[in-house]
Design a protein around this ligand. Structure first.
Ligand SMILES: Nc1nc2c(ncn2[C@@H]2O[C@H](COP(=O)(O)OP(=O)(O)OP(=O)(O)O)[C@@H](O)[C@H]2O)c(=O)[nH]1
Ligand SMILES: [Mg+2]
Length: 580
């Protein structure tokens, strides 16, 4: 029986053609010959994948008996572009360390910057690999490596990976034409670096079982095998698992880890589960979970944070590609935030409070005009919020075009995958956490009305005249067709200082009567009386017209009326509520 194995997942990310696949291959081969003589390589079977999985094992650093305990490094080779985002987010929760592969002759490129952004959202540790050093002229090689290392250090300075190690290699010296015998350079050093950088994450067997499946195939006479990484919880032989995408529950017939049968497995393990037969084509990629532990949601409330490299605003009603787990669907956003008095409230990232009130936002609030993509030469990190006028936390309601299935508190990434990848702009727009999923298809009627997001409305009008000491007629506040009845009872302020209450509509032209509980001040009466007199002269003898007359000359001095109220965006009755 082989000793204990501990699995860690290392993401291999970088711009197209930087040499990610070549690096994954070089690492696996070097490790398997130099450090490990068994055949560790599992050649996964005929499935077209955009995520490439390969692995190698090395003696576990610091283990009491290193021979007995192996560190299994699973390399997750990510594709270069468009599908990258979906893919890497799928793997994000299982990636313990990210290798950012940079073509040393090119430096930071558009997707390298995107990878760095994703890494900051999803990963804790980074190693920068400067690849293709064989392409540097021999005499100037070290100088060029040093120069690029400094540039990368500068780039990392403004990220959470400041000071991360940078290592030069040549994964496939000579490029595609070179014979396979050409030995890669710097790989043993990279393996040593990986060993020193990898910290074995603490794995937790509690909580509902959830596994991210990256492969699915059938074995004749046995069943269907799903391979993947356990995201949370644990599983034992004979347990039932649900495949939410197919809405089926299956029994676990057998399990394997690294080609060895096992009876149980837990968070972090890479595992193959064999269940009773189903068509593997139905599930290329996805989630498997403890029955009924996942939820299918039609919309969600997420906590949002803009990615500062994204150019342009995040607007309410805008559509983005929303990636949650292994799924990417279009979603429409509506942004909201706290009232200004609560701007400095500490963010709450594990729940959403329906009892609070929130302010509708036409767009995500931020101070920066978004900076350009991280650039090798001018790595300007802007978006440094001066904490005084933006809230600490903002949210969005995301309405999905197709329902998605995910666990609570999933990482959510919003992007514009349709944007031109040659535009040298970051396509990642925001990230956040799914705080609350709306499972009811009819959520707009059943759940949204409980979400208290309001727009603060201000209307301004004029006092036309005083009726008596305790009431005035107002105008120019409502349109002719407005149902004034809806506003009855709301407070209005007069520019002369009095406060009034809308009492009733007056006539047909949008005028209204305002009751002044404290009475008009003598000063106000004087102003309003003058106005009436002037008008009296102009509209001589035409009482009916005087009442309706919109076109009379303005009084010498206006008395303005202002009305402020809240309108709840999701209130199906469109009620107006007094604002303070
Ligand atoms: N000269 C040289 N060429 C390399 C090296 N590593 C990779 N290449 C070549 O660069 C090209 C791209 O390598 P890949 O490993 O496919 O790059 P990738 O990053 O996986 O590309 P995508 O998956 O398409 O994003 C291939 O032609 C490789 O042979 C290297 O160290 N030196
Ligand atoms: Mg590749």
């Amino acid at each position: 029986m082989a000793g204990r194995r501990v699995n860690v997942n290392v993401g291999v990310l970088g711009h197209i053609d930087s040499g990610k696949t070549a690096l994954a291959r070089a690492l696996s081969t070097t490790a398997s010959t130099a450090a490990f003589d068994k055949q560790p390589q599992s050649r996964e079977r005929g499935i077209t994948l955009d995520l490439g999985f390969s692995c190698f094992a090395v003696p576990l650093p610091g283990a009491a008996e290193p021979e007995e305990t192996l560190l299994q490094v699973t390399l997750v080779d990510c594709p270069g572009h468009a599908s990258l985002i979906r893919t890497i987010i799928g793997g994000a929760q299982i990636i313990d360390l990210m290798m950012l592969v940079i073509d040393v002759t090119k430096g930071m490129q558009t997707q390298s910057a995107e990878c760095l952004v994703i890494g900051q959202i999803a990963c804790q540790k980074l190693i920068v690999v400067l690849n293709k050093i064989d392409l540097l002229a021999e005499g100037k090689r070290q100088t060029a490596i040093d120069k690029m290392t400094r540039k990368m250090q500068k780039t990392l300075e403004n990220t959470k990976f400041r000071g991360a190690p940078i290592i030069p290699v040549a994964a496939k010296p000579g490029g595609p034409e070179a014979p396979e015998t050409e030995a890669p350079q710097g790989i043993s050093e990279l393996i040593e670096l990986l060993k020193s950088q990898i910290s074995i994450p603490t794995r937790d067997p509690s909580g509902p079982f959830l596994m991210s499946v990256d492969h699915c195939f059938s074995i004749k006479g046995q069943g269907t095998v799903m391979t993947g990484t356990i995201l949370s919880g644990s599983i034992s032989l004979g347990d039932s698992v649900e495949i939410p995408a197919l809405k089926v529950v299956k029994k676990v017939k057998s399990m394997q880890m690294f080609h060895t049968p096992v009876t149980s497995a837990m968070q972090g393990d890479r595992l193959g589960i064999c269940v009773t037969q189903f068509d593997p084509k139905l599930l290329e990629r996805g989630l498997v979970c403890a029955p009924e532990s996942l939820h299918t949601v039609h919309a969600a409330i997420i906590s949002v944070e803009k990615i500062s490299y994204f150019r342009g605003p995040l607007q309410t009603k805008a559509k983005f590609h929303i990636t949650v787990g292994h799924e990417t669907v279009m979603g429409r956003l509506l942004f909201f935030g706290p009232a200004p008095s609560s701007f400095d409230r500490e963010p709450v990232l594990d729940s959403f409070d329906f009892s609070r009130e929130y302010v509708f936002q036409e767009q995500y609030l931020c101070k920066d005009a978004a900076p350009a993509v991280v650039d090798s030469d001018e790595n300007k990190q802007t978006g440094q919020a001066t904490e005084d006028c933006c809230p600490q936390q903002q949210w969005a309601l995301v309405e999905f075009e197709k329902p998605i299935t995910c666990p609570r508190l999933s990482l959510v990434i919003g992007s514009r995958l349709d944007a031109d990848i040659h535009a040298n702009a970051c396509r990642l727009a925001f990230h956040g956490l799914l705080l609350h999923g709306l499972e009811d298809r009819g959520y707009a009627e059943s759940i949204l009305p409980t979400l208290k997001v309001y727009k603060l409305k201000h209307k301004h009008g004029l006092v036309e005249r005083a009726m008596d000491d305790y009431s005035v007629i107002g105008r120019s506040l409502f349109k002719k067709e407005t149902n004034i009845q809806l506003f009855v009872g709301l407070k209005v302020h007069l520019s002369t200082g009095e406060q009034g209450v809308i009492d009733s509509a007056f006539g047909q032209s949008g005028k209204f009567k305002v009751h002044i509980p404290g009475g008009l001040s003598p000063e106000s009466k004087k102003i309003l009386m003058t106005a009436v007199k002037k008008r009296g002269r102009a509209g001589h003898g035409e009482a009916a017209k005087q009442e309706e007359g919109a076109e009379r000359p303005e009084p010498a001095q206006h008395v303005e009326l202002s009305l402020s109220f809240k309108r709840y965006v999701f209130d199906t009755h469109k009620r107006m509520v007094q604002s303070p």
